[in-house]
Design a binder for this molecule. Structure first.
Ligand SMILES: [Fe+2]
Ligand SMILES: [Fe+2]
Length: 396
């Protein structure tokens, strides 16, 4: 599964840089950049050296350099679609028989989640949809832009496709709406544990971003539906617990932000790349850019929490990435019983809607190509290592 390459590269760079400020210095010792070779001392016992090749044509010129080759291997063999993961490229290329071959470090391969959920007692919560609710539509003249304040072109769509798009965008809008609550709680968590003002400020800005995403989603859903739809009251309990300690805070941020929002940013970028309708592309453009910033905030928060809380926090974070890696090691779910698409896939993709199987594959690719390589490079996780064994390998 291919991810939008330039967005992926930019996001990787941003994630690595975001974790670099002074509060994260202890975390980032010698972080070499996603996917670059590990040192001998940190190599995992399950890793082996071998030769791997990919097809190459002389007309394309010289073989790729090591860094480009690693990216090519990730593209060809992401965790989700291969029994092995290539961790690093250790030699320059040897061109032979229409292929470029490299000495590489490999290991057996091994998820997939999306967005910043509001979780309570282990359960994700969203509001119910409320028909005729116009209070969450994007700003603008409903008269000039349609019932949702957005005006995607409905021409050439069948009734079934409009219904599919209305349902898909509504589901997404309800999740974005829940993210508003999630960031509001996150801001309280940060306050409760002495986070710097920059993180608290960024959390509040992110909550406002999510208000915008929800508006865009409800607006598009309303446009495809032909009538306004918004959220009912959010199912908020009378008391909202804040994270008990830095370990709990960091674990949640790693799960929901480092994994969830990084995946969400990459999935949104891919949806944007496949979308053709201008209104949909504009919405996904804004969402993908904001989600990338939210992902940066998560990685920066984890760095701060480890700096403040030490080894227990580091182990908790490593456990999250190990769980993500473990989910990748399991084969992807069988798609045989997947629902038949309700509409033409290309027409739906042109309006930002991807099939469930596509989303799952994209999520797995995002984990394999961005989340786990970044966690590895930042010393936050080691493949197949027990969480407790991670810390000594990267401690100063
Ligand atoms: Fe969002
Ligand atoms: Fe977000």
């Amino acid at each position: 599964m291919l991810l939008d390459r330039s967005f992926r590269r930019t996001l990787i760079a941003r994630l690595l840089l975001s974790a670099g400020p002074s509060t994260a210095a202890a975390l980032l010792i010698a972080a070499p950049g996603c996917g670059e070779p590990e040192t001998a001392e940190t190599a995992d016992a399950a890793e082996t050296a071998d030769i791997r090749c990919f097809e190459w044509f002389e007309e394309l010129g010289a073989c790729l350099d090591r860094e480009q080759a690693l990216e090519e291997f990730w593209t060809i063999h992401p965790f989700c679609e291969s029994e092995e993961e290539i961790l690093s490229v250790e030699s320059d290329a040897t061109q032979r028989d229409g292929a470029c071959c490299y000495e590489v470090i490999v290991q057996e391969a091994g998820p997939c989640a999306v967005g910043r959920p509001f979780t309570l007692e282990g359960r994700r919560r969203t509001a119910a949809p409320r028909p005729a609710e116009a209070g969450w539509l994007a700003r603008g003249s409903a008269k000039s832009t349609g019932p949702g304040g957005m005006r995607p072109s409905l021409a050439h769509l069948t009734d079934e496709e409009r219904e599919t798009l209305a349902e898909g965008w509504l589901r997404s809008a309800l999740e974005e709406h829940a993210s508003v609550a999630s960031f509001a709680r996150f801001a309280l968590d940060l306050m409760a544990h002495g986070a710097p003002s920059s993180l608290v400020e960024a959390a509040h800005i992110a909550a406002l971003d999510e208000v915008g995403h929800a508006r865009l989603g409800f607006s598009l859903a309303s446009a495809y539906r032909g009538a306004p739809v918004g959220p009912a009251a959010f199912p908020m309990p009378p008391a909202i617990p804040v994270a008990a300690d830095l370990v709990a805070l960091a674990r949640a941020v790693a799960e929901e932000g480092c994994v969830g929002e990084t995946v969400a940013a990459l999935v949104a970028a891919e949806q944007r790349a496949r979308a053709e309708d201008p209104a949909v592309r504009a919405a996904l453009e804004a969402i993908a850019d904001d989600e990338a910033r939210h992902a940066e905030l998560a990685w920066l928060t984890v760095a701060w929490a480890i700096g403040a809380g030490g080894e227990p926090v580091r182990r908790a974070v490593a456990g999250v990435f190990e769980a993500a890696a473990e989910s990748l090691r399991r084969p992807p779910p069988a798609e045989a019983d997947a629902e038949a698409p309700r509409g033409r896939p290309a027409a739906l993709a042109a309006h930002g809607h991807l099939a469930g199987a596509d989303l799952r594959a994209l999520s797995r690719a995002a984990l394999a190509q961005v989340v786990l390589p970044c966690a590895l490079s930042l010393g936050l996780w080691k493949p197949r290592a027990a969480a407790a064994a991670v810390a000594p390998a990267v401690s100063a």
